[in-house]
Design a binder for this molecule. Sequence first.
Ligand code: UTP
Length: 291
Amino acid sequence: MTNPKPIRKAVFPVAGLGTRFLPATKAIPKELLPIVDKPLIQYAVDEAREAGIEQMIFVTGRGKTAIVEHFDIAYELETTMGERGKDMSVLDSSRFTPGDIITVRQQVPMGLGHAIWCARAIVGDEPFAILLPDEMMWGEPGCMKQMVDAYAETGGNLVSVLEVPREDVSSYGVIDPGAENGALTEVKGLVEKPPVDEAPSNKIVSGRYILQPEVMRILEDQEKGAGGEIQLTDAMAKMIGQQPFHAVTFEGRRFDCGSKLGFVEATLAIALEREDMGGDVREMAHRILGD
Ligand code: UTP
């Protein structure tokens, strides 16, 4: 396929309850928890922008308004910082062209598939990206850029995948892999949270998607699946065979920041890599570990 329609819109589902992070997430959305000094949602939005995506669609719910405010201009902050001669470049990446931050509501968190369906009117008849902000993808270029580049060749639908130890597959969506060509793998099937002995591979879907708008029509009639939720994986599985469907093996690291361990790992890994603090963090870690 040549010249598929460009990806201009990204959907960020942020209406979940974040129960694994209670009590931190009682009043603060999980997506605003910072890794060092940047909230999770900002890493995902930066990744989408790097991939050339212009419009960011947040699927929010009650108590999530602060996520949208994060992308507003903070007049008091800017005025005071300006008067005091402080460097305001730290605020640059959270500024947006008016109209490019769009929110829709998911009144009840009925699952990822349902959250995506809530964005149908804004997505319209265009292919679109999905980024789950609690999965942090760390690489250069970013994961979505790697996917958009692959999409320019394949068109159709794409998911990002990575390989995990077999015994871990039952917590994830898993692909049934077909022909492989470099980082690209044909997807022959998809299952959500399979038992280990029924999993078709150890390649798990990892929080980044490029989908054709037809998925919205499938989601409209989608029954509840694993965990009693409307699953995106089940809807995507129905598109296989109707449209091209590929997986891109992400070249980079993924941190599952929806879990406490993954969150701590991301914080440590990124702090260690930062030029402004990496050396100090390394020393501090040695001190704590007593070696
Ligand atoms: P998760 O299942 O990881 O998030 O969903 P959660 O439900 O908020 O977290 P726990 O399990 O209770 O700790 C992945 C992403 O999908 C969004 C979440 O906000 C998260 O970014 N989501 C999930 C929705 O927007 N709506 C839903 O109904 C479910």
